[in-house]
Design a protein around this ligand. Structure first.
Ligand SMILES: Cc1ncc(C[n+]2csc(CCOP(=O)(O)OP(=O)(O)O)c2C)c(N)n1
Ligand SMILES: [Mg+2]
Length: 908
């Protein structure tokens, strides 16, 4: 900087500085005046006993400033009191007394079923304390909000906290939907006459449970995408009329799962006011406090408000209203803010005298506020989540709220009512047994009409059919259109496209193409189908261009509730990025968990709405089972239907990308899900037949299964389907071609996916150079083959004197002479699944080990799945059978330039 410039800058700073000084003084005296008026106003508020209004004052001021056009950032937290002040509470519409009695009976039965189950079978498990904490949260919902599905609109979607399931069963018992025998058989599903599953599993109780929820975090994320999918169905005219609400009950400990909070902004961005979450803030998780040194409610309020949700805090029960009103100096609020969750947990365990001394006693003036209360009164001061009036207010406000999803943060006590058996204790989550004294205290506390003699047996109790309680309970459910939870599948069979649609894929196509391209062509065709095209839901986590699906953007549009508010940069091109209100594609952005949640919502529309939606979720295969395996397991549990397409599959076929991307094991994980049908296809015609058959089974025959299909990005000419191959393709194995005649030796090579082409190259080398005729087979599904083989094997074992059954695999291989060599782009253990049923055993080649970035041929050599290594493996297998000399194998190693000292891919 030049000398002159420096000087002038310094002068300007000086000038500027002095003007700041004088402005500052003026500002300060102005500010002082405002602060004094604020103090004046607060003094007035406290004098009139309206201290609870003080907290809302800031909000009002902020809103006023905003009305005047001044930008004020949102505060993320508000004072530690209820969001809705008592004067805004609506009248309670129900019979509080009857509702309390009903709730008490349910509490008792929920506890008794766990205690009994653990007496019959010690260690069988079950949870008492969670339902004890959320009983009021549930009961207010059941009596006044949750709509059943018996009317002319779909039922509300209620995701119950998984391990609070005894509460659901106990209610169903009092509602007379299930009998005492089933309650006795809680967690004894294999008992005679059946039992009740530990947690909400639609797979196990398909007419009862709707939404699996016990794997922490999965109910929260799936509930968001469900609420979104309901909007999608509405926008696309599949559903009309009044919209069901989606309710999700979440534990405060569960919130720590990344899935729980991971999709919050989708809900606010898409204005999902059909969604209500209730976080049961009992301040404890399994081991201890959720946030002993802080406040989970305040932390969550900040997170949810920041994410654009409407937050309703239900912290204090009605007894506190009067205390807060008399808190002239805001001392009570100050104390409430100071105490941490660890303190509050302690207050729930200790007698009232402790709370008097340590909570109120911190400030002498505060102590005076509770002078009129006995220690018992202090101990019984309710938390908001146990007060039906507060809970009702929150729910009513939530369901009426517009434009935002709502979260209710309800403070409760874990193990509420268990007393010394576990109320508020760190061990409470695991408490499964109550002794006689504890049972008696429980019975007395909740007024259960059973005798002192009987109590030790912990008998179930439900009021007589004609009792006021039963009548009230049933009337409430009737006026809310029926019982919940309930899974009521009413779905028509769907006519799927005929053979014409698929015919073109069965012919040879000399143009090089990948199976991904074949799939895209098929999907495009299906989308145009008059019968089913509309029902298809393409789901893509930001990879449409990678898979060549971008043409669909324009063809069917991307769903966006806002439409398209901007002109896309590529508007002048034919296939621009088109968003629209009734778009068909769910372009999820980079979230496999979110995409899978959409898949689940679409895949269960048949059960929840009676509509056959056909999701096709296409993604990088590595980021499927491995990344979101637990959501896949849940999809199986909830009986979702649809197609998962693991694209860019294969540890060597996806070249270049390296270790993180190259999938060589998704088929191994796929084999773990019982109702998932998995295929590893090589050619266009296999893809077409598999999709066709999948649609037939799922949508025409209404089987509750789902599909996994790997797709590859290697281009090659597509052959014609060999005559008669159809059955084998679907069963998992068929002969692609026969070996040459007139050779001295014979072998079979089983290939999968693009690696079939390596098998074909090996066939060629073996026939030409080593006098070995080779049959090449395409193994489309080791999982299918194994399941079928195990079935037959087991049946035979249990029916030793009957005519033995033969699996498909045994039937097609029984007349063949080995050796058999399997080669695929997957770990060796995938083909190994069928080894016990292959005559003479199976030699397996596969891609065990971490992937590498390099080209395909180098990778195939590295993993030893190329034609040359397949030739060597075949010759070695022949030598093991004593058919060729070992020297021939050695010669081949030399001929084919394979380094026998190369390192094994799994070791490096
Ligand atoms: C993914 C997963 N991890 C761990 C568990 C085991 N688990 C079951 S309940 C629970 C504690 C739950 O605490 P919270 O969410 O606060 O529920 P609360 O019982 O307190 O209402 C744990 C760790 C699980 N079910 N799922
Ligand atoms: Mg908890």
């Amino acid at each position: 900087m030049k000398q002159k410039d420096k000087r002038s800058t310094a002068e300007a700073e000086k000038r500027h500085g002095s003007s700041v000084d004088s402005n500052d003084k003026a500002d300060r005296s102005e500010t002082q005046k405002w602060l004094e008026s604020l103090e004046h106003l607060l003094a007035h508020i406290f004098k009139n006993g309206e201290s609870s209004q003080a907290a809302g004052l800031l909000d009002k001021l902020t809103n006023k400033l905003r009305d005047l056009g001044i930008h004020i950032p949102d505060a993320v937290t508000t004072p530690y009191v209820n969001t809705i002040p008592p004067e805004q509470e609506p009248p309670y519409p129900g019979d509080r007394d009857l509702e309390r009695k009903i709730k008490s009976f349910i509490r008792w039965n929920a506890m008794a079923m766990v205690v009994k189950a653990n007496r019959v079978s010690p260690g069988i498990g079950g949870h008492i304390s969670t339902y004890a904490s959320c009983a009021t949260l549930y009961e207010v919902g059941f009596n006044h909000f949750f709509r059943g599905g018996d009317g002319d609109r779909p039922a509300d979607f209620v995701y119950f906290q998984g391990h609070a399931s005894p509460g659901n069963y106990a209610r169903a018992y009092v509602e007379r939907r299930i009998d005492a025998k089933l309650l006795h058989n809680f967690r004894q599903e294999l008992a005679e006459g059946g039992g009740l599953s530990s947690y909400p599993h639609p797979y196990l109780m398909p007419t009862f449970w709707q939404f699996p929820s016990v794997s922490m975090g999965l109910a929260p994320i799936t509930s968001i995408y469900q609420a979104r999918f309901n909007r999608y169905l509405k926008a696309r005219d599949f559903i009309k009329g009044e919209e069901p609400k989606v309710w999700c009950f979440v534990g405060d400990g569960e919130i720590d799962e990344p899935e729980s909070l991971g999709a919050l902004t989708l809900a606010s961005r898409e204005n999902l006011d059909n969604l209500v979450w209730v976080v049961n803030c009992n301040l404890q998780r399994l081991d201890g406090p959720v946030r002993g040194n802080g406040k989970i409610i305040q932390e969550l309020e900040g997170a949810f408000r920041g994410a654009g949700w409407n937050v309703i805090k239900v912290i204090w029960g009605s007894d506190w209203d009067q205390l807060l009103a008399q808190d002239r100096k805001g001392l009570l609020l100050k104390r409430m803010e100071e105490a941490v969750d660890g303190d509050y947990q302690k207050y729930s365990v200790e007698p009232g005298s402790y709370t008097r001394k340590h909570f109120f006693g911190k400030y002498p003036e505060l102590l005076k506020l509770v002078n009129h209360l006995t220690d018992d009164d202090i101990r019984n001061l309710l938390r908001g989540g146990h007060d039906p009036k507060k809970v009702y207010t929150a729910y009513k406000t939530a369901v009426d709220h517009k434009d935002q999803p709502t979260v209710i943060l309800a403070k409760t006590i874990k193990g509420y009512g268990l007393g010394e058996a576990g109320e508020g204790r760190n061990i409470t989550h695991q408490q499964k047994k109550l002794n006689e004294k504890e049972l008696r205290e429980f019975k007395e506390r909740f007024g259960i009409p059973i005798s002192d003699e009987e109590v030790v047996e912990a008998p179930f109790y439900r009021p007589p059919v004609d009792s006021p309680e039963t009548k009230y309970l049933l009337e409430r459910r009737k006026s809310l259109s029926g019982f919940l939870p309930k899974r009521n599948v009413q779905i028509e069979s769907m006519e799927i496209p005929g053979p014409d649609t698929f015919a073109e894929f069965l012919k040879a196509n000399p143009l090089e193409a990948s199976t991904t391209m074949a799939f895209v062509r098929l999907l495009t065709k299906l989308l145009r189908d008059k019968q089913i095209g509309r029902n298809i839901v393409p789901i893509i986590p930001d990879e449409a261009r990678t898979f060549g699906l971008d043409a669909l953007f324009r063809q069917i549009g991307i769903y966006s509730p806002k439409g398209q508010l901007y002109e896309p940069v590529d508007r002048e091109t034919l296939l621009y990025y088109q968003e629209s209100k009734d778009g068909q594609i769910l372009e999820e952005g980079i979230t496999e968990a979110g995409s899978m949640s959409s898949f689940i919502a679409a895949g269960t529309a048949y059960a929840n709405f009676g509509i056959n939606m056909i999701p096709f979720f296409i993604y990088y295969s590595m980021f499927g089972f491995q990344r979101i395996g637990d959501l896949r397991w849940l999809a199986g549990d909830t009986r979702a239907k649809g197609f998962l397409l693991g694209a860019t599959a294969g540890r060597t076929t996806l070249n270049g990308e390296g270790l993180q991307h190259q999938d060589g094991h998704s088929h191994l994980i796929a084999s773990t899900i019982p109702n998932l049908v998995a295929y590893d296809a090589a050619f266009s015609y296999e893809i077409a037949l598999i999709v066709q058959d999948g649609m037939r089974r799922m949508y025409q025959d209404r089987e509750e299964i789902f599909y996994y299909l790997t797709l590859y990005n290697e281009n090659y000419p597509m052959p014609e389907m060999p005559a008669g191959a159809q059955k084998g393709i679907l069963k998992g194995l068929y002969r692609f071609n026969q070996g040459a005649i007139g050779k001295k030796y014979h072998a079979h090579i089983l290939g999968s996916g693009p690696i079939v082409r390596e098998a074909l190259r090996a066939q060629e080398i073996l026939q030409r150079q080593y006098d070995v005729s080779v049959d090449v087979w395409s193994a489309t599904s080791y999982k299918q083959l194994r399941t079928d083989a195990l079935n037959a094997q087991r049946w035979n074992r249990l029916h030793p004197t009957s005519e033995p059954k033969k699996s498909y695999l045994e039937t097609i291989l029984e007349k063949e002479e080995g050796p058999f060599i399997a080669v695929s782009d997957y770990m060796k253990i995938v083909p190994d699944q069928i080894a016990p049923w292959v005559p003479g055993g199976l030699t397996t080649l596969g891609t065990d080990g971490f992937g590498r970035s390099d080209d395909r041929m180098k990778l195939r050599r590295f993993f030893e799945v190329d034609a040359e290594l397949t030739v060597i493996a075949t010759l070695y297998a022949l030598s093991q059978k004593g058919l060729v000399q070992k020297e021939l194998v050695g010669k081949a190693i030399g001929d084919l330039q394979v380094n026998p000292e190369k390192v094994h891919s799994v070791l490096v």
